[in-house]
Design a protein around this ligand. Structure first.
Ligand SMILES: [Zn+2]
Ligand SMILES: [Zn+2]
Length: 264
């Protein structure tokens, strides 16, 4: 049994390390159907606003197509100057213990790396609900995970954003290009800082490898991360990617800190 096939490997792992639902402890899965049904998976698109993200009423696949002709419709007026073209997020993070659990155990002990499959399936459900399952959106696209500090990578053993991107890639059939962005400066934990502090902390933290310049010019970039808080990290990455030639940089996150907000 030197090279067990993925199915046998999965069977053996389940046998020795059984999975338990992170919502109700039921055996056999990280998220049972009953608990999954309690998640509030977004059916609409919301702007990338850092507070009270506004629902984008008339943003659909057709609108997305018009983006290529230079008429952005994926952001509200407050956010139109921002580098990021738009944000796809499946879950609101606040007030939902199950969402918090899923993300925590994906990133911290017991380091459930293979939760990536469950989390990617939640994002795919959001894409289907919000009608994002069209060729126009995903053609000529690449997935770029937000890079991790070397120190964190060593402790965790994997970059959670990369794991999520790899699982999305299998379903969306678009490539993951992890090496495009590199973290060149160690940063302080963002949680401890104010908004201005966060931006300063991130300045010069990311760089684009010059070898990827031509790939960037012809692709639409989807940055992948687990959580979106103020968006400072994504904005900084979008900035360096655009300076390196990217035309459109979008964000994909499993969850965002702020609750979705619908205008009356
Ligand atoms: Zn459950
Ligand atoms: Zn906005």
């Amino acid at each position: 049994m030197d090279n067990p096939t993925p199915k046998i490997k999965e069977f053996l792992l389940d046998l020795f390390f059984p999975k338990f639902c992170l919502g109700c402890q039921k055996e056999g899965t990280y998220l049972c159907d009953d608990c999954r049904a309690l998640l509030d998976i977004a059916e609409f698109d919301y702007c990338l606003c850092e507070t009270k993200p506004i629902r984008l009423a008339c943003f659909d696949a057709t609108q997305h197509k018009s983006l290529a002709q230079g008429k952005p419709q994926a952001k509200c007026d407050r956010c139109k100057e921002k580098e990021l073209s738009g944000l796809y997020s499946a879950l609101p993070y606040k007030d939902n213990q199950l969402t918090k659990n899923l993300i925590y155990q994906f990133k911290y002990q017991p380091y459930l790396k293979d939760l990536a499959k469950t989390l990617a399936s939640i994002l795919i459900e959001h894409f289907v609900l919000a009608k994002k399952n069209t060729d126009e959106i995903w053609e000529n696209s690449i997935l770029v995970p937000i890079p991790l500090d070397k120190k964190k990578l060593k402790t965790r053993g994997y970059n959670q954003s990369e794991e999520l991107a790899k699982e999305l890639s299998k379903i969306l059939l678009i490539p993951v290009v992890s090496d495009i962005l590199v973290k060149v400066k160690n940063t302080k934990p963002q949680m401890e800082l104010t908004k201005t502090g966060r931006e300063k902390n991130l300045q010069g933290a990311f760089a684009v490898k010059p070898a990827f310049a031509s790939e960037l010019r012809r692709s639409k970039v989807f940055l992948v991360d687990d959580v979106y808080t103020t968006g400072s990290t994504m904005q900084e990455c979008a900035k360096v990617l655009k300076e390196a030639g990217a035309k459109q940089v979008w964000g994909i996150v499993l969850a965002r800190e702020e609750l979705h907000f619908t205008l009356p």
